[in-house]
Design a protein around this ligand. Sequence first.
Ligand code: HEC
Ligand code: HEC
Ligand code: HEC
Ligand code: HEC
Ligand code: HEC
Ligand code: HEC
Length: 493
Amino acid sequence: MANASGLAMDHLIPGEFTNASSGTKYRIHAEDGAAWLDFDDPQTPPAKGRMKLDYFLGSGHLGITYLYSLNKYLLESPAAYYTSANGYDMKPGFGGLREMPPAIPMEATCLRCHMSGVQHSDPGSLNHYSEEPFHSGGITCESCHGDTREHVLTGGKAAVVNPATLDPERRDSICMSCHLEGDVSVEKDGRSPVDFKPGESISRYLSYFVYVSADATARGVSEVEQFNTSMCKRASGSKMSCTSCHDPHYTPPAAERVAFYRGKCLACHNQPSFVREHHPENPDCTSCHMPRSKAENIPHVAWTDHRILRHPAMNLADASPVRSDDLVAIFSPSSTPRDLALAYYAAAMEGHSSDRERAYTTLTAAHQANPDDVQVLRSLGILAGTGGDSQLAGELFRNVLKLSPTDQTAASNLAVVEVRTGDLQGALALLQPVFNRNQDSLGLAMNLAAVECLLGNGTAARSTIETALKYNPGSRELTNRLQQTSSCTARLK
Ligand code: HEC
Ligand code: HEC
Ligand code: HEC
Ligand code: HEC
Ligand code: HEC
Ligand code: HEC
């Protein structure tokens, strides 16, 4: 885990490829002691340039992605390295675009599992970091033992967290905080998982939800979920945990792997007759009881079967979940109806449109229970807006901004409402500060430029587009709009 991330030059794999659908050529290489991503998009007008890569993310087990920062906006390279293909291609989901993809913002919630000492982005910005976005690459001691600098500074007086002495929920929270995602996870009111510290319960920060499938044990995406369905875990209870098999300070090299895990199994399965008679021909317990699945090339999905089944023939690949429509909380003792409402909302936003109605009803109830819950207000506002009730949406977004003045989602959505009702100055006043904090956002730039254009200020619209083009050099939408800005002045003046 120590190699989970770091400086780009410490793990740079040079390579190049051309993305077939856009015709863009990418090259990743080192020059003058720095790592670079060159891009060359032959469209008219062409987009050609380079980004200096700062960090790598991923040990390379599955693949590696690189991060760069531009005026302190932290962004992800659209080109990723795939270990299985031994080469570069577009980042997952971006292969079919007809042009270079827009800037990909790196949020702290994404960094938090891959780096150590991850900081929040600046208030009101998705991915602008005035300070360093994180203290160090990789998963360091701090990720599991808390702030060890404090320990050193106080000459050992400030305690380091020892996971072994925590109660089971807090102990398990450490691994869970990074190894569990669920189908949907929801931030508790006013909290961000970026603030989670070892020694706390992750359920203070997140509630996790999954779609219940017909066979609950067949489901299982993460190691955490699968392991908890295993007979070993169910029969052993809280005395068994991830560290019954894993040493967080040591990954056994290939040659020791079999003996290492066998030793862990035998710590419990130690009846002499069993050890003597149970498959003496094959010392690798895990080859039969914890086989590897085909999911090996998908990030964020377990590929070693942590259900520890008796009958190894059952393949993980056959157990693809039969998804029902109901979300249930897992490992979230303090989950509330409000969290569930937000989970349905998240599902609805991901295209599960049948959840829209349910999200609306349950969010409305959550709003009545606590009118000051920003996430609930914001989500209801978006549902109202997309459902055509601009007036209600506007009211809800205004309430969000009263409680959280830098909320970029509320401000940008309220601006759209105000454009609809003809209040262009109001929309401008909302959009300008949001864009100033999120200059890499193509969508915000398009909206702000449209308002500036409607107000007859072609110069401002042009400057907005030019700013966004620095971060989205291949965007045809932006270059087309740039051509229109001169005529918008002429028309409205
Ligand atoms: C909840 C924690 C968590 C979050 C959030 C998370 N990841 Fe991961 N990621 C992991 C873990 C753990 C692995 C290791 C493999 C596994 O268990 O699936 C991983 C694996 C990866 C890999 C493959 C690395 C390799 O070793 O080959 C990439 C690339 C990756 N993540 C990128 C991202 C990006 C980009 C984001 C943000 C959009 C993100 N991850 C968010 C936990 C997380
Ligand atoms: C991925 C999480 C993780 C990381 C990273 C990690 N540890 Fe640990 N550490 C643990 C866990 C869990 C235990 C308790 C093991 C057990 O169950 O006995 C532990 C135990 C220890 C102990 C024994 C404590 C005691 O009093 O018994 C020491 C010392 C220690 N770790 C030092 C370190 C140092 C130094 C680093 C950084 C180089 C580090 N650890 C990184 C998870 C981690
Ligand atoms: C801060 C986030 C974080 C925490 C906390 C964390 N992990 Fe991880 N772990 C990761 C990431 C990220 C990877 C993938 C690294 C990669 O391949 O890029 C990983 C990889 C692993 C791996 C596979 C590769 C290896 O290094 O052996 C194991 C096993 C693992 N973690 C177990 C644990 C256990 C057990 C705990 C709790 C004691 C734990 N992790 C806590 C983030 C975390
Ligand atoms: C912390 C103790 C512990 C560890 C470590 C452990 N197990 Fe278990 N396991 C149990 C208990 C308790 C049971 C239930 C009683 C029994 O069958 O012995 C069990 C049951 C099983 C079963 C039967 C499952 C079923 O559905 O009937 C298998 C197979 C198994 N373990 C394999 C393993 C393997 C392989 C390992 C190592 C990779 C392992 N166990 C590690 C405690 C453990
Ligand atoms: C009974 C033993 C056992 C327990 C308990 C266990 N693991 Fe594993 N885990 C393994 C084995 C074996 C592997 C495969 C290691 C290898 O092939 O090098 C593995 C692999 C992993 C990997 C690498 C990705 C993958 O799926 O292959 C991660 C991450 C991981 N475990 C996390 C966890 C977490 C988190 C927990 C606790 C919720 C946990 N494990 C509990 C035995 C166990
Ligand atoms: C060659 C494949 C294979 C290997 C290697 C293997 N097992 Fe098994 N194991 C099985 C099968 C198959 C069963 C189911 C037997 C049955 O249902 O009659 C089983 C059953 C078990 C059970 C359930 C209790 C019992 O006696 O039926 C446990 C516990 C277990 N294995 C643990 C282990 C451990 C620990 C190791 C390594 C020391 C191991 N197995 C190695 C195939 C294997």
